[in-house]
Design a protein around this ligand. Sequence first.
Ligand code: KIV
Ligand code: ZN
Length: 525
Amino acid sequence: MDNDKVFIFDTTLRDGEQSPGATLNIQEKLEIARQLAKLGVDIIEAGFPFSSPGDFEAVKLISKEVQGPVICGLARARKEDIDKAVGALEPAKKKRIHTFIATSDIHMEHKLKMPREKVLKTAVECVSYAKQFTDDIEFSPEDAGRSDPKFLFEILQAVIEAGATTVNIPDTVGYTVPSEFGGLIKSIKENVPNINKAVISVHCHNDLGLAVANSLSAVINGARQVECTINGIGERAGNCSLEEIVMILKTRPILGLYTNIDSTQIYRTSRLVSTLTNMLVQPNKAIVGANAFAHEAGIHQDGFLKYKRTYEIMNPEDVGLLTSKLPLGPRSGRHALKEKLTELGYHLSEEQLDKAFIRFKEIADKKKQVADRDLESIVRDEQRIQETVSYYELANLQIACGTGLPTASVCLRRTSDNVFLKDSALGTGPVDAIYKAINKLVNVQNELIEFSVQSVTEGIDALGEVTIRIKEKDGAIYSGHAANTDITLACAKAYLNALNKLIDSLNAGTKVAPQADEFKSKKGV
Ligand code: KIV
Ligand code: ZN
């Protein structure tokens, strides 16, 4: 094996999705998994199949649809968990089962209530059991960072003997410091006699802000797989951030290590994960934050303009941030738009380009310059519209608000029979009024559980990107997104995007979709 390569194990869809509020639906997980494959990650931990039917289905769909990376499913050290992981991973060409059990005294005594011998026996039995289904087995001694190293050496030797091909060392609670964690990896190399039969992996949490530093110290000391997430999302303070560890290894060749990541896909992946999880990236976040490549102080700008290396250690282009040499504006034509989208990595069909061009012109008429981020937002918006079956489309929206009572009048086109439905409602504000008016027309019970508006670029004329999440009465969650310079329009469209998904799932499943006469609506425009 090439000993300078560091394998990138992405756990955005498993540990990342454990971030409070970051719930993703199956289609969103698939979209992220496809982008992770483009990014070039080696392994995608697609979920924890035993944890819920939704996770099981997501792992199964990703196993079927996503080629390239190894697809991994998490399982506690229990046969039922492993069986579920096996079922979900069944369609995958390259699959990995990742099984874990806690090994720190604090976890064994208070959580598992198991003595060391039982934990060791369970770990070995589960690794041997999983080995019947695939050769590629990863074992994690949970809370390794706080485990007795002697016990750790013993259990690692035993699971490698039983067939584990990767042994992952988690700092589950983000407690260790770099010298200590690096030392632990070194001691594992020195004290586990069969360690050369497995890859040493690390999985660091960020409770003390040290997840990346600890992972780096681990690879310097011999680990060759890093478990990480896009934007560093994950349980509590999150996990090691993929973009940071990857760019450290790329920017500092002195370390003599490399990854397979196509770094030019980093920015796009970060934006996708941020939009779909609705977890904003802080502006000063390394690599992908809005200010990561901005030079504000005069003295810095002066130096940068004279020689960019004075203040820039990485090229923005290397992470996929294209600094527009020629920003598009109201006079730019279809050809210029096509060229710019190709440069940004979007290859649209002629029909998609026509639609994107109409949207582009609308925005260009309102803004002097259309930024790359605006274009990405338009394209993603159009892709979403095409991916979602459209039962209702927004035909017209009128808002009255100010010091009086906010009112919204909405006209929707029902696509099944091309009937236009109109109604209006009062609300506590314009958005509330829009949602109430739409609810009168589309009588599908749901609860609005999340609503956010984010500006795509700076400036008063910026596009507003709206993300909403609604919950159906059986608990299923549907998200909706839309972007527009008029945020009330974006709100209405985002809500319809989510409602269309909900109705589609009613139609696809055994549940019955609401019939036309169930809609308390008025016909005619
Ligand atoms: O943090 C942790 O210990 C985990 C394990 C399941 C690897 O997420
Ligand atoms: Zn974790």
